[in-house]
Design a protein around this ligand. Sequence first.
Ligand code: ZN
Length: 478
Amino acid sequence: MAEQKKMVEAITSMDVDFAKWYTDVVRKADLADYSSVKGCTIIRPYGCAIWENIRDILDGMFKETGHENVMMPLLIPESLLQKEKDHVEGFAPEVAWVTQGGQEKLTERLCVRPTSEVLFCEHYSHIINSYRDLPMLYNQWCSVVRWEKTTRPFLRTTEFWWQEGHTMHETAEEAMAETERMLNIYARMCEEYLAIPVLKGRKTEKEQFAGAQATYTIEAMMHDGKALQSGTSHYFGDGFARAFDITFQGRDNKPAYPHQTSWGMSTRIIGAIIMTHGDDNGLALPPAVAPIQVVIVPIAQHKEGVLDKAEELRKRLSAICRVKCDASDNSPGWKFAQYEMKGVPLRLEIGPKDIENNQCVLVRRDNREKTIVPLDQLEEKIPELLKAVHDGLYQRALENRENRTYTATSMEEMIQLANEKSGFIKAMWCGDLECEMKLKEQAGVTSRCMPFEQEHLSDVCVCCGKPAKSMVVWGKAY
Ligand code: ZN
């Protein structure tokens, strides 16, 4: 037990210093490590396994909806990046450039992709000819580089891994429907698999993606009340198509510009999992993406038959879940603490007494509830308990969001709430950039989104008193 205590003491309590707690968990749960390039991190096997599970689920949903994977180049010629004015302006400050190849200075510098709209557009201009070629539904899994000034593992890193979907459609309506469909897939990913409740909504023009006509977002609330943008989906209209001269022959035989979307979810979402579900004992993983769903810890494993029984159970349970048996010579107490730190949803304890009674003990990571289960009922009980852990995590996150969501109807109220509380603040807005900037300056909040589910809190803008156009959720964000 002394070892267990030592391990737990080594992480900072989340109420004392949330940022420090976060980096402690990242390190102690073996998720990531720093590299010699500032801002670039190494995602370690355990972190990688979580990402692989997320990727597999998302990729399945993409394919189910007709999308295909491609692999585009890493480098973008400067002239290509500059074709769409808003886009290049948005990304220019954070682009990394390649200026030399081998011994030769390049005649045109190449940027390391910060996102791949322009590469897809160039390709689409070659392969889209007729309305019969549409829709074009492509996605790629890759890493991108954005030169960040301040970085934190998973949340903001210079290089990060993601998927980027890029689609082309015959009509604006179809492209709008795609933008929404993909946002809904991200919301499903968060709620049904990651146990993270999200707000779906539209970004204000200020927060929109560079070059987009509309950006939709899912916003999650972290345990400390701050927001994390967890996935975005953009509608571009035909702006890029015009800039890249992508035309197709329409059903009326006339040339037309296709309508475009792009959408992305990144390894940032692992940061969201950590900060939504974690506690002072470490990570708490949603069962759907946990690399280990059940860890078997043998008790008094030196006694005859214990390790054999544990191994027999591991083999049997591998048919229904991702299971590991830890037969190392660390003490059970040390193992308990380690797998709690790693967020394993269920722990299965089995010792000589249990074997005698043909039972074992199952312990939930989310609330530490213990259940004694007859060994012949494990196949029913484990899926039930994994579901209960998912529901428990979701419920706790939802309650946190509800408890930390406030309403402001005046600027004084807004400033006071922003200073004293950490969470989402709902307020009406006139739609003017000037008010949005004022809220940032005076209250330190940014608009998170205009939720699809609107509420009417008052008739006037919280800032200027002019007629309000929509309800906005404001907050501080990662
Ligand atoms: Zn206003």
